[in-house]
Design a protein around this ligand. Structure first.
Ligand code: TA6
Length: 305
């Protein structure tokens, strides 16, 4: 359990950042400023909630049945998948999507920017357990700016003497009116790997992405901005990125959501994942001594159907 008084003394910013413990035992940072609100769990450097002042509904989806227990992944927000995406290539006993999202991170800095946005920096705490899973000298940090937009910079520093190859994603869950009503633009003409039922078929996207069943696709070699058009909530959500060549689109639909057990009743209808990643053939090589950044920016605009 973190020392909340010490955290608030050292990194609290009155009117901007306060630390508290939530039921289940996780320590979170509550961010409030002129632009909106956000909640960030120290575990996983995990943005759980973000709602600009202009929005009546949060932009990020968080399951009503999410668990907030130490060591357990949180269903919703923006989980950090690192240093691999999906199942581990060689060892199925290792956690899917890597270990970053389920281990403690520590706060490195908090500050208010000129435009009254709040910037928070956290770093993953390496341990013997993390090194046993991934024996490389790499430092992982995340910088989150809560302003008119939500900006996240996931930085990997290769402090070792060898190049490293890794996978990663900012596995963002977005809140939508209903999955059957939305469409996602920006991926037209892209090749993707269709992962439904554990498949790996390579297909091509024609037109916007629409949903009528479980959808689990890794779009390859794309740096495009995606736009989620939501007629029910009358908004568009923009997902812009750099340092990422894959975009993953996922909705589990009813059967898989039920099997996963932490979506809550019909929770899957109100979410879609648009994940900015480096996955599959887009795994990234970081030269020894250099740094790689995966950057996303999310923002909304009103949309009248
Ligand atoms: O990004 C899509 C995906 O790889 C799906 O296949 C599904 O497994 C999802 O991630 C969630 O994975 P998690 O380990 O968080 O349950």
């Amino acid at each position: 359990m973190a020392d909340l008084a010490a955290l608030n003394r050292r990194f609290g910013l009155s009117g901007h950042v306060a630390f508290r413990e939530i039921p289940g035992g996780l320590t979170v940072m509550e961010v409030t400023n002129a632009h909106g609100t956000a909640t960030i769990a120290l575990q996983g450097g995990h943005v759980m909630h973000w709602q600009p002042k202009s929005e009546v509904a949060p932009v990020l989806w968080l399951s009503r049945a999410a668990s907030f227990a130490p060591g357990k992944s949180i269903r919703g927000g923006v989980p950090v998948c690192w240093p691999w995406f999906g199942p581990h290539a060689a060892n199925p006993k290792l956690p899917a999507h890597g270990f970053a999202r389920t281990v403690p991170w520590e706060v490195r800095a908090t500050r208010v920017l000129d435009d009254n946005a709040t910037e928070i920096t956290l770093a993953l705490v390496e341990t013997a357990q993390t090194r046993a899973m991934w024996p490389h000298q790499a430092k992982l940090s995340i910088s989150i700016t809560v302003g008119a937009r939500l900006r996240i910079v996931l930085g990997t520093e290769n402090s070792g003497k060898e190049d490293i190859v890794m996978g990663e994603a900012l596995h963002a869950y977005f809140q939508i009116g209903d999955i059957a009503d939305i469409r996602i633009g920006g991926l037209e003409g892209c090749d993707y790997l269709d992962k439904v039922d554990g498949g790996n078929e390579r297909r091509r996207q024609h037109g916007p992405v629409i949903f009528s069943a479980e959808t689990d696709r890794i779009y390859l070699n794309t740096q495009a901005e995606c736009v989620i058009t939501d007629p029910r909530l009358q908004r568009r959500i923009h997902v812009a990125k750099s340092g990422s060549r894959s975009t993953v689109v996922w909705n589990p639909w009813t059967a898989k959501a039920d099997r996963m057990g932490d979506f809550g009743p019909d929770g899957w209808r109100g979410m879609v994942c648009v994940e900015s990643a480096n996955a599959a053939e887009n795994a990234v090589t970081i030269r020894h001594g250099s740094r790689h950044e995966l950057v996303v920016e999310y923002w909304t605009e009103q949309y009248a159907a």
